[in-house]
Design a protein around this ligand. Structure first.
Ligand SMILES: [Zn+2]
Length: 418
């Protein structure tokens, strides 16, 4: 029992050191001891272990407090590569990052919407194989794979339960991937991962309580508290798009009527454009889509708005207004430190924000909104894959010994090692 406690304590302390180095490196051993509250001997011993496992490296010297040189420690970018992946409605995206979170390789493949499941999964496997080969050619071990999917996920089993926009149900993704890729694997909802990605690497770095809202094909979200996604009772917290905004509203994909998502999504923007044009207002978008409104894209609308098209501007402003109304509700309910807006619609943030902030000002409780900052996501369409990477970071930070000792996949013998 005492031995278990000791190992657990050691693990917590290693995680603490890694977390400080991730956030504030470079740091000396003395500085780490001050920040963590651990004694210098403990820090020295734990750092030795981290140096031996290559997670940390010495990155130069500083003049210390009493004139003696202090060795600077940082996370070693070459500690290993991490894979972030996402299955979207019409794409597969895979990135590789180093241990500092810098993207070193990426590939995006387009898929046909409603493509057969096996075709999409085979394509994902092929792109993942290429990513692994690249890592091995660089002599890098693989620390794990984090995959985001647009649906409800049982994160413990790694099973996609239901993805209405893909038309998939009950897909044991983690089990399938685990057969081919021998490394730690995490599977989660793409919006939850994006929330984690922005909180680890992006617009909410260093913030403890984050509400991420993603507007694109649908309207999703994720809540991150102390760098952990808030799961809810069954892992489905953050499905903000299905709050009822109008009890008599249009039917949503989820079956309910008047969901927030029916007011805020790319389809809602396109609908507003079409209605304005059908009501007799002139717009350059009529020519852009050649009479077929189904061909309209978010960049089309944003470009038109930038060029001064009144219909495009009004459609985005109206969407921003409804985004703001829902956010005011969420700010009142949650009192987050920071709200991060992501998803494809954020390309038009310059036209969404004025009406959005006006609604939040008008509707949210003053005390609550004064403490909440609303910002645009750093990673845009790559927030979810960065979140996949963050989920593996999170796993390493929670259980560093597991990864340092056992699970990391070494490159095959014969590959160059730095
Ligand atoms: Zn709904």
């Amino acid at each position: 029992m005492r031995n278990v406690d000791h190992t657990h304590m050691r693990e917590l302390n290693i995680a603490l050191i890694l977390e400080y180095l991730r956030r504030d490196a470079p740091l000396s051993r003395t500085h780490l001891a001050q920040l963590t509250g651990l004694n210098k001997a403990t820090v020295t011993s734990l750092v030795r272990e981290l140096l031996e496992s290559d997670f940390v490296h010495e990155s130069g010297t500083d003049v210390g407090d009493i004139g003696r040189p202090a060795i600077r420690l940082s996370l070693n970018p070459r500690a290993g590569y991490i894979i972030g992946a996402e299955i979207g409605v019409d794409f597969v995206l895979v990135i590789l990052t180093n241990f500092s979170g810098d993207v070193v390789w990426r590939r995006r493949e387009t898929t046909r919407p409603r493509e057969r499941q096996e075709v999409v999964l085979d394509l994902l496997d092929a792109v993942l194989q290429d990513a692994c080969q690249y890592a091995h050619a660089q002599g890098m071990r693989l620390l794990g794979l984090g995959l985001g999917v647009p649906g409800l996920v049982d994160v413990t089993a790694g099973t996609l339960l239901f993805a209405p926009n893909l038309g998939w149900a009950d897909v044991p993704l983690k089990a399938r991937l685990q057969r081919k890729f021998k490394m730690p694997i995490e599977v989660a909802n793409e919006a939850n991962l994006a929330a984690l990605g922005e909180s680890y690497f992006g617009a909410a770095r260093g913030v403890n309580f984050v509400l991420y809202v993603s507007a694109g094909i649908g309207l999703g979200g994720g809540i991150v508290l102390n760098r952990e996604v808030l799961p809810g009772a069954a892992g489905f917290a953050g499905e903000v798009g299905h709050m009822t905004m109008d009890p008599n509203g249009a039917q949503c994909n989820c079956g309910n009527f008047g969901c927030w998502e029916t007011f805020v999504s790319q389809w809602a923007v396109f609908r507003r454009v079409r209605e304005a044009v059908e009501g007799g207002r002139p717009s350059t978008l009529t020519t852009t889509c050649g009479g077929d409104w189904g061909r309209l894209t978010v960049p089309d609308v944003v470009d038109a708005a930038r060029a001064g098209d009144g219909v495009a501007r009004d459609a985005l402003a109206e969407t921003g207004r409804y985004l703001g109304i829902g956010l005011a509700n969420l700010i009142n309910a949650l009192n987050p430190e920071r709200v991060v807006l992501g998803g494809a619609l954020c390309q038009g943030h310059a036209f969404l924000m004025p009406s959005l902030t006006a609604e939040v000002e008008r509707r949210a409780l003053r005390a609550s909104r004064d403490k909440t900052e609303i910002v645009v996501a750093t990673y845009g369409t790559e927030a979810s894959v960065m979140g996949g990477v963050a989920s593996i970071f999170h796993r390493i930070l929670s259980q560093p010994l597991e990864v340092t000792r056992a699970e990391a996949v070494a490159p095959p013998t014969g590959a160059a090692r730095r």
